[in-house]
Design a protein around this ligand. Sequence first.
Ligand SMILES: Nc1ncnc2c1ncn2[C@@H]1O[C@H](COP(=O)(O)OP(=O)(O)OP(=O)(O)O)[C@@H](O)[C@H]1O
Ligand SMILES: [Mg+2]
Length: 258
Amino acid sequence: MKIAITGKGGVGKSTLSAALALLLARQGRTVLAVDADPDANLAASLGVPADERRQMIPISRQIALIEERTGAKVGRSGQVFKLNPDVSDIADTFAWRHGDVSLLVLGAVERGGGGCACPENVLLKALVSDVVLNRDEALVLDMEAGIEHLGRGTTRGVDVMIVVVEPGQRSVDTARRVFELGGQIGVHRFGVVANKIATPEDEAFVREAFPDKELLGMIPYTEELRSADREGRSVLDGMSPELLARFDGILEKLEKCS
Ligand SMILES: Nc1ncnc2c1ncn2[C@@H]1O[C@H](COP(=O)(O)OP(=O)(O)OP(=O)(O)O)[C@@H](O)[C@H]1O
Ligand SMILES: [Mg+2]
């Protein structure tokens, strides 16, 4: 099961990514969670303690690694470098073990925008492609609203792209852009998770916005998730059975037709 999760900033991508990764691990699966959001916060949602989070160095800042694999100097322009760096060992070597979940933090590429053909970006793209296409474990990919880490060749390994939406027009607009872009690069299954649902009107709003998309589940707006975040706990830690059932339900739906 390889799941990519996207959506507008702040809608609950990391919350959902962490919940699904932890639930898959509870089922006894080997799970790799990948934080592909430049503004990385998946570690906190997984419940990695703050002192450990401070020690994590994202792949985009592993300068020696990037230079060794691409044959280019980071920060220097006009160089010739390998477009197909060997990355097959990176997930095993650099992923942070947290209980039964391994976490790989990709980090941000700071110069020239996300699309630049700089060594960092080439390495990250190759790495995403490797974890999607060549590895056997369950994968949860926490992405930003853009889907630029994925390319046409990589999407065929993604079983489902989940777009998290909250009941608001901006998040719906972002979701529509993701569907369009994802469609262009060959995503074959999209799912919607409606998050932060507080009223029946919220629920109706999301249903009506995406009548032709698979609705995988609805998560209520709840103090439980806010306090887990405030207190730096994993999203599943102390979760009520009612809320847990919502996340379980999403996983069940995902597994049904994958
Ligand atoms: N159902 C919910 N009810 C209440 N608060 C929620 C809910 N889901 C997420 N949150 C809170 O909303 C905030 C944003 O959630 P989260 O970090 O998962 O979103 P994100 O999409 O990953 O954000 P970013 O784009 O910044 O990475 C967090 O404080 C989280 O605890
Ligand atoms: Mg996030």
